[in-house]
Design a protein around this ligand. Sequence first.
Ligand SMILES: NC(=O)c1ccc[n+]([C@@H]2O[C@H](COP(=O)([O-])OP(=O)(O)OC[C@H]3O[C@@H](n4cnc5c(N)ncnc54)[C@H](OP(=O)(O)O)[C@@H]3O)[C@@H](O)[C@H]2O)c1
Length: 257
Amino acid sequence: MKDIAIVTGASSGIGKAYVRELSQDKNGYEQIWVVARREEKLLELKSSLEDARIVPVVLDLNSPSFADEIEKKLREDEYNVKLLINCAGLGKRALVEDQSVQALGATLDVNCRALTLLARICIPYMHKGSGMINVASSAAFLPQPGFSVYAASKSYVTSFSRALAVELQPSGIVVTAVCPGPVDTEFQANATDGKASEFTGFRKYIVADPVKLAAASLKAHRSGRNLYVYGISQKMLHLASKIVPISLMLKFMKVKK
Ligand SMILES: NC(=O)c1ccc[n+]([C@@H]2O[C@H](COP(=O)([O-])OP(=O)(O)OC[C@H]3O[C@@H](n4cnc5c(N)ncnc54)[C@H](OP(=O)(O)O)[C@@H]3O)[C@@H](O)[C@H]2O)c1
């Protein structure tokens, strides 16, 4: 059997950082499938890492056919999915009424539908010792007016991952939901349609490095953690979200109309 890793969202940010980490493990995987839409970025990553094991898989996770395409590819050989990292994701910082139906659909399709289907497709190709990392967010901890669909989609990812972890535990497969706060990637620019490429306000003081996040979360996953909240500030937020009533927190959240 061929041990492989699959990383979605590999063309930039956190996904790319995961691929860099996996690439350092010379004996861990026979192939590392890197999934995203931008082929040139995937090819760039492969050549910059000089790693022949990297296999670019150009897929739009928003397309109805993506699941069939990846399933077909998995049937081509005797693959063992040793690690699946569901990292692709997006979200718009805007009121629901100001977002197009297509933009809302794409957020839900990539963050929830594609992640769930990919998990389901890979499970039959996983064995004892395999693992899955689902990148959620600290946005999952409480509702966020002005970022509501993204935050709700990440609550889905966390809830789904924690339940799946229990379902797969008897098979010896570890599932980890990773919850970072702000991370220095293209995410913020995409979330604001290019209006703010960097985090502002208090977020700029707590913004995380994607490489450190990838390394730390892989370590947490390998130690068997099912939920990994990255950074002191996000751990405090997580704790607060358990103690302070959400209705009270929402009273302090204002949105500009
Ligand atoms: N950055 C943050 O502040 C932050 C904080 C918490 C959680 N997260 C989560 O971390 C994950 C990675 O985000 P990031 O910060 O690395 O952002 P990023 O730099 O914008 O990367 C997003 C990745 O998702 C891929 N993607 C988006 N739509 C896709 C589609 N339809 N089909 C295939 N791939 C698609 C993109 O690839 P292509 O464009 O090439 O398709 C890209 O590789 C996301 O799930 C995000 O929600 C980010």
